[in-house]
Every structure is written in C-alpha cells, then in structure tokens.
Design a protein around this ligand. Structure first.
Ligand SMILES: *Cc1c(COP(=O)(O)O)cnc(C)c1O
Length: 368
C-alpha cells in the first residue's frame, strides 16, 4: 500500500477527549467538557421541534443544493443565494476550496498558530505552505502581505483566530486586501463571528464587492450549537461559488442537518442570549485570572488561551483528574497554555475552582 506522497507524513487530527472516555478512564461521574468551543447552552429548542417533521422523508436523498437553507441564509445575510455554498461543516468548505484552487507547487499563506485544517488540506493537494508567526497572538498582516507573490494562490485568515481568540480590525483587513494580487484568493474564517463584541471587527461582507477574490466562512457549529450536525457555509462571488460547486459532493449536507440549521437560524434571540452569557462568563474568568496574575489572550470568541506557566500536558492532566476537560496547548503550538471554552455559569465556576487548585499546587498563588 502506497498512499500519495503528500499524505505520507500527515499527522492524524487528535480531537479532544470525549466525556464518556474521561468518565471511563478516570472513574469519574461528574465531568465537564470545555475543550472544543461548543455551545454549553446547546441549541435552540426550535431545532428539536423541526427535526420530527423530517421523519417521513429520511429514506430520500437530501436536496443537494440545500435550497431552503440557502434562501433563508441569503435573506439573513442580505446577499443573493448564488453567493452561498453550504458544507458538511466549514471544515468541508475548507477542503472544497483547497481542492478547487490548489495544485502541486502552489503557495498557501497561513498564520503560524491558527486553525490547523487550512495547512492540512493544502498539504494534501501538494501545495507549499508558508506560515507567518503571530505577533502578540494576532495575525501579522503586514508580514503576511510582504510574503505575497505571484505564486500565492490562497491566503487563510482566521478572525477571531483559533486558538488565541484575537482579531484584526476592518482597517487592517482592508489595508491587507489592497496589497493582494487579483489572482490570489483570500479566505476569512469567521467561525466565531456571532460571539464578537469589538466594534472594530471587520464588516467582511461589505468588502466583497470591492474584493471579488474574498471568501468568507461561517458555521452553525459554534454559537448555533449544532456541531453534531456539521453545517458550515461559504460566501463568495457567484463565479467562485460556481467553481466550488463543481467539487462539492452532490449530497454533502444531510436532510436533518439542513433542517436543523434552517430552524436554528430563525431563533436569533437564542443567539443573542448566548452572546450575552458568553461575555458574562468571560468577565468572570478575566477577573479571576487578573486576580491571580495569570497571563491570557483577550478573546472575541467563546474560549480563552491561558498561560499556566507549566508544561501544558501537566496542566491538562491535572484538570482532567478534577473532571474538567480543556484543550492542552501542546498540540496548538502553545506549550505552556491551555485553551478553555467558556461554559455555563456553573461550568465556569467549576473550571475556575479547579484552575485555582492547579495554581496553588504549582505555588503560583499562595496556599490558604
Ligand atoms: C470550529 C472551527 C471550524 C469548524 O467548524 P465546522 O463548521 O464544525 O467544521 C472552522 N474554523 C474555525 C476557526 C473553528 O474554530
């Protein structure tokens, strides 16, 4: 067996541990998962009601173009439907974009320490990946612009950035786009868009007319609470969408997922509530971390990257034994950090108590 050259040394994605795994392995009963930036409040109750309506249609293939969902999204965003592509999670849209545009020898530009799928998909297509280190946890757009040349086929920007939660501003994005050659596609991944509270955050949609090579990604996996259903989408120029659609699997988004996303979109009050609760959770977490003198990145997402000043695996294992699953920074390129998802008020309390114990244990705060 000989897989193609490009995939031979590709690392396999390591997901965070599941609740059941941790319960079984450590013999715990009360475990919370704050590792994958899922919505701790679940999803809108409208979704549960809508799903049963599909009961009699499950034997049928789904509508490949997801027309209802696209129409609703187009309406919600104020764009035409021909500017939308729906994916099996935005993960799939990342794959479709890479398959559509990349050939061996093409160059892809990404930040160094960002969402890993951009790089992985580029490698699978045989492209060369240039990584530009973050500057104070932020995309260094000026340095990224200096790295652009005629070979640069794709640029990936993650805003807010996962795992740091940092953003670049509208002005910074415009200034970057002005330096990008017309032939270079720029993808902005806004998976955490609905959590953002900073007024300087880009209005990326408004830039699409001026920069037709822009692709914008959003998802139903984060604030909409539908990670299990796998629905994400891309917004781009109709010609770009047309090309992407050639590559898309005909039935890539299943019937229940389309219905779930459609219903979740109708409940913007749920989204608003989750946004507010996330900000309140962050305020509490910041307050405690400041009190303990613990460094972290200010985030516009629903997660915080915290410097534990310990080997990340050690901090991760300590919290795991307390029944709190976080993400170790080791695999994220931050070897002394953990990334924790903002949970429910109860989960946040629980995390902070366990984290304080960790700091006492490592003598970073005084034992009472
Ligand atoms: C979670 C996440 C995604 C993946 O979203 P899916 O729609 O679940 O595939 C994409 N980009 C970033 C930055 C994420 O954090």
């Amino acid at each position: 067996m000989k897989p193609k050259e490009a995939v031979r040394n590709l690392p396999i994605y390591q997901p965070g541990k599941s609740l059941d795994e941790v319960k079984q392995e450590l013999g715990l009963t009360d475990v919370i998962k704050l590792a994958s930036n899922e919505n701790p409040f679940g999803c809108s109750p409208k979704v549960w009601e809508a799903l049963s309506q599909e009961r009699d249609a499950l034997a049928l293939y789904p509508d490949g173009d997801a027309p209802e969902l696209r129409r609703a999204l187009a309406n919600h965003l104020g764009v035409t439907e021909e500017r939308l592509i729906i994916g099996n999670g935005s993960d799939e849209v990342i794959q479709i974009i890479s398959r559509t545009f990349l050939e061996a020898g093409d160059v892809v530009l990404v930040a160094e320490r960002t969402f890993p799928r951009y790089k992985t998909q580029a490698i699978i297509e045989g492209a060369t990946v240039i990584e530009v280190p973050l500057k104070k946890g932020k995309h260094d757009l000026e340095e990224m612009a200096r790295k652009l040349n005629e070979k640069t086929k794709l640029v990936w920007l993650c805003n807010p950035n996962n795992p740091t939660g940092t953003i670049f501003t509208h002005e910074e994005l415009v200034s970057f786009l002005q330096k990008v050659p017309e032939e270079t596609i720029v993808v902005v991944d806004e998976a955490y868009y609905e959590y953002v509270a900073d007024a300087t955050f880009p209005d990326t949609l408004s830039l699409m007319a001026q920069f037709p090579q822009l692709i914008l990604l959003r998802t139903f996996s984060k604030i909409y609470g539908l990670a299990s259903f796998r629905v994400g989408y891309g917004i781009a120029h109709p010609e770009v969408i047309h090309e992407l659609t050639r590559v898309r699997e005909p039935f890539n988004v299943n019937r229940l997922a389309q219905r779930a996303a459609y219903s979740a979109l109708q409940d913007q009050k749920f989204v608003q509530d989750c946004h507010q609760k996330n900000r309140a959770g962050l305020d509490l977490i910041y307050r405690k971390l400041d009190e303990w003198g613990c460094p972290y990145f200010h985030t516009q997402g629903n997660f915080v990257l915290i410097d534990t000043k310990l080997p990340a695996e050690e901090a991760y294992q300590f919290l795991l034994r307390k029944g709190v699953i976080v993400r170790s920074g080791q695999a994220l390129g931050f070897p002394t950090y953990i990334r924790v998802t903002v949970g429910t008020p109860h989960q946040n309390q629980r995390f902070l108590e366990s984290f304080e114990e960790l700091l006492r244990f490592s003598k970073q705060v005084e034992n009472k």
